[in-house]
Write a protein that binds this ligand. Structure first.
Ligand SMILES: Nc1nc2c(c(=O)[nH]1)N[C@H]1C(S)=C(S)[C@@H](COP(=O)(O)O)O[C@H]1N2
Ligand SMILES: [Mo]
Length: 437
């Protein structure tokens, strides 16, 4: 059930369920892409507490003005995709589904819980026995490789790698940004097996004038127009040559899930997920920045200067997103938990593009004080790290647990992120609601 809040002209709160929309047309007009946006300003503390079903919000003095309790911004309504039970489907054409944070509690993300982000229609025929990868463009020797050639001719490696969509967290931008309204769960860290992208490029021979890769997959454009690609992105050659990037044919010890790019995909951890081409058929090396589908305009790009919320930005002022920012996710407790005791284990993961995370802190008092959590080393570079700590609540009431990660360069997550037109790179704190007593 989805709850929508919007003040009417008198300033009173309208509280209604989405199925009541027709009954409330006079005062409530749902707007596209605003399903997860809540307007709750001007409410007294007592009203907020009663909406939350508690008598007290013990740390209410620390609540930033206008803060919408996450318990009220909560959303559910999962239905399922085969092999992806429990994911929240945002869109079915193309298929896009995210994972509720509490289902990302495993150290390594099971395939069933890896999000899905499709821009087009996945290929109907994905036969691993006949699949071939072409490596061409500015190379000494173009290659045509089957999956068994990859396994035979190159080092096969297994690594836990973070894939996060550049638009993860888009749902929380105000004014809203168009696109899939991802909340927290367009991120995962599965165990991938494949060969190093760098090894394959070296075998083809990278010509000295190469500056960028171009990736191609076998999925087709929603329009059905032949030759029109849903997405074809690339990375600077220096990034491509990093040994963290894989051409992967297995996920968690099995073949890839059809929605995650079976039978072959790139995994370029720490950079926007869009760099990790699924259903990979071709890698071309170019002497210019790749200009394929979703490389140009506003796609996976942000303004090259601070802009104010809602500002129109000229396309020439956008730059391509490279590494993803430092971020953490609370995977236990699930938001909205009712706690009968007064202590609670808090745990989750943290990551930062292709850096490591130095510390994670947790707050139960809206950020007034922070508790340093225990933090694991990554299983390998470009894997996420796990944090845990135990918190004790001083009295019954409503709390929020917040997490904040700081990376190896000393950069921390912000409370609020600067707005950008397409709603990318939202790495503000993850907040979960806890009711005590
Ligand atoms: N061929 C192809 N590759 C693709 C995409 C796509 O639509 N087609 N989506 C990209 C985007 S935007 C993301 S975030 C990741 C998501 O990977 P996943 O669906 O396995 O989670 O795949 C990337 N690779
Ligand atoms: Mo993405």
């Amino acid at each position: 059930m989805r709850n929508d809040f919007k003040p009417d002209s008198s300033g009173d709160l309208q509280h209604q369920h989405s199925h009541d929309d027709e009954l409330n047309k006079a005062t409530y007009q749902p707007e596209p892409d605003q399903g997860r946006r809540r307007i709750i300003s001007g409410l007294g503390l007592a009203t907020v507490a009663s909406l939350l079903g508690v008598h007290a919000i013990p740390f209410h003095r620390n609540m930033p003005p206008g803060l919408v309790p996450v318990a009220l911004a909560d959303d559910s309504g999962a239905f399922s995709i085969k092999g992806k039970e429990g994911l929240v489907v945002l869109n079915d054409r193309p298929v896009n589904a995210e994972t509720p944070p509490h289902l990302l509690d495993d150290a390594t993300t099971p395939t069933a819980r890896h999000f899905i982000r499709n821009n087009g229609i996945p290929p109907a025929d994905a036969n691993p026995a006949t699949w071939t990868l072409t490596v061409d463009g500015l190379v000494d020797k173009p290659l045509q490789l089957t999956i068994s050639d990859l396994k035979k001719n190159f080092d096969v490696v297994t690594r836990d790698l973070v894939v996060e969509c550049g638009g993860n967290g888009r749902a929380f931008f105000d004014p809203p940004a168009s696109g899939n309204q991802w909340t927290y769960g367009a991120v995962a860290c599965a165990r991938w097996t494949g060969v190093r992208l760098a090894d394959v490029l070296k075998a083809a021979g990278v010509k000295p004038d190469v500056v960028y890769t171009a990736h191609y997959g076998a999925d087709t454009h929603l329009s059905g127009k032949p030759g029109k690609l849903p997405i074809s992105r690339g990375v600077p050659i220096a990034k491509a040559m990093g040994d963290e990037n894989l051409i992967a044919f297995a996920m968690n010890g099995e073949t890839l899930h059809p929605m995650n790019g079976a039978p072959l995909r790139l995994v370029v951890p720490g950079w926007p997920g869009s760099c990790s081409q699924k259903w990979l058929t071709r890698i071309q090396l170019r002497d210019m920045v790749h200009d394929g589908a979703k490389m140009t305009g506003k796609s996976y790009r942000v303004p090259n200067r601070p802009v104010s919320p809602g500002e129109k930005v000229d396309k020439k002022d956008f730059v391509i997103i490279e590494r993803m920012p430092v971020k953490s996710l609370i995977t236990h407790p699930a938001t909205g938990i009712e706690l009968s005791g007064d202590t609670l284990e808090v745990r989750g993961h943290a990551w930062s593009g292709d850096r490591s995370v130095k510390s994670v802190a947790v707050s139960i008092d809206f950020g007034a004080t922070w508790i340093e959590a225990e933090l694991s080393d990554p299983r390998n570079s470009a894997a996420w790290q796990h944090f845990r700590t135990t918190v004790k609540f001083p009295q019954a009431g409503y709390y929020e647990v917040w997490a904040k990660a700081t990376d190896s360069e000393g950069v921390s997550q912000p409370f609020a992120i600067a707005w950008n037109p397409k709603g990318y790179l939202n790495n503000s704190y993850h907040r979960v609601a806890v009711r005590v007593g």
